[in-house]
Design a protein around this ligand. Structure first.
Ligand code: NAP
Length: 260
């Protein structure tokens, strides 16, 4: 009779819809024991029903120690493509702990016919390139980019964030819209028309959940100031949940052993 060995412990670095989907997939298979890790940026994260840890590890060494102490067999980096620090830390920590690392990174969006994209390497570059005259600008850049918006405080920013925040003093004409994705293009089109949006600020996040603003901008014929992704370091990488799952099953499932 074949008997399964102990489940392989998987540390899943999350903060994305794909990480949640992958966590559910892994948790449904008794050969694996996943723990989902979040940075703790949002107050009420929507997460699957499985072991969860929240908060930073304390840099590379802290992450390495966590991996060793919890006998993690595989680390999956399914963080957002703009979360460059944790991705670099995961590479270094897995090397120190001699544990395999797999990354899930959705492909970036590509411009389509009708898109009016202007590409920038950083948020700051994009803000500095905005017109000098006040405009009505939709920001899908998230809460962490508020300081950058203050480089051009004359604009009326409509800032979409997950958790409601107070209007920053440095942005006297801002409107905060607290909403949790995924969003629909029809709804964003209506929002842009109602608020008279004439420029969209976006990170090239890829995926479906945040694409609505890009599709709405195309349909409305307004420009998108698109922030390119940070450098993606070399590592074993897949573009979809299905691909990661196939690799996990194929390469990281515990071997079965002969019993009585
Ligand atoms: P970051 O700059 O790469 O990471 C900053 C620090 O946050 C890391 O050094 C680490 O702290 C902690 N951290 C990040 N992700 C973590 C995780 N999954 N579990 C435990 N600790 C984590 O990340 P960020 O851009 O601030 O993003 C934070 C989280 O939000 C990420 O998990 C990401 O998936 C999610 N997110 C980010 C964006 C974005 O645009 N950046 C958008 C949507 C979602 P220690 O060094 O102490 O370990």
């Amino acid at each position: 009779m074949k008997r399964a060995k102990q489940p392989v412990r998987i540390l899943l670095l999350g903060g994305t819809g794909e990480a949640n989907a992958l966590a559910r997939r892994i948790a449904g298979d008794g050969r694996f024991a996943p723990t989902l890790s979040l940075a703790g940026r949002t107050s009420n994260p929507v997460t699957p029903d499985l072991p969860l840890r929240i908060g930073g590890f304390g840099g590379v060494q802290g992450l390495r120690d966590y991996i060793v102490e919890h006998q993690i067999g595989v680390v999956i980096d399914a963080t957002h493509p703009f979360a460059a620090v944790i991705s670099a830390n995961a590479i270094a920590a897995c090397k120190l702990a001699a544990v395999p690392l797999i990354a899930l990174e959705r492909p970036p969006w590509q411009p389509e016919t009708g898109d009016l994209w202007h590409s920038f390497a950083t948020v700051e570059e994009a803000i500095d390139a905005l017109p000098k005259m006040p405009r009505r600008i939709f920001s899908g850049l998230g809460r962490l980019s508020l300081d950058a918006l203050a480089r051009a405080p004359q604009h009326h920013y409509i800032i979409r964030v997950i958790d409601r925040i107070a209007k920053p003093d440095a942005l006297p004409h801002a409107t905060i819209v607290a909403a949790r994705g995924p969003f629909r293009a029809d709804d964003d089109l209506l929002l842009f028309a109602t608020l008279g949006i004439d420029i969209v600020l976006a990170k090239n996040s890829g995926g479906d959940a945040a694409y609505s603003k890009i599709a709405a901008a195309r349909r409305r014929g307004i420009p998108v100031m698109m922030i390119a992704r940070p450098h993606s370091p070399p590592r074993t990488m897949f573009a979809t949940v299905d691909e990661v799952w196939a690799d996990i099953e194929h390469h990281h499932a515990p071997p079965t052993e002969r019993g009585v």
